[in-house]
Design a protein. Structure first.
Length: 118
């Protein structure tokens, strides 16, 4: 079992910045990939950014150059620095981690809401 807890969401004006954190606990030794996903109202959940234990990153085209994903393996924590936020970044942001165990399970946090509005 892996527990993921996101923090750092809130209301921000367009052009502003926020940093999300995801703290992992439990059976985390085998986690290779951690990532941020988001789901806007009425839309499907989409990948925002992922990072491996070795530091390889992948970003959605819509956030490249604005968002930066990072990971502190010693603290079992992942971050998402979001700059130049746009209204279309409004969504619930979820932390994801895995694969874990014999079935390669990926775990999700409960999400944190980011609202970009003036």
């Amino acid at each position: 079992q892996v527990q993921l807890v996101e923090s750092g969401g809130g209301l921000v004006q367009p052009g502003g910045s926020l940093r999300l954190s995801c703290a992992a606990s439990g059976s985390i030794r085998s986690i290779n990939v951690m990532g941020w996903y988001r789901q806007a109202p009425g839309k499907q959940r989409e990948m925002v950014a992922t990072i491996t234990t070795g530091g390889s990153t992948n970003y959605a085209d819509s956030v490249k150059g604005r968002f930066t994903i990072s990971r502190d393996n010693a603290k079992n924590t992942m971050y998402l620095q979001m700059n130049s936020l746009k209204r279309e970044d409004t969504a619930v942001y979820y932390c994801n981690a895995g694969p874990v165990g014999p079935f390669g399970t990926y775990y999700w946090g409960k999400g944190t809401l980011i609202t970009v509005s003036s």
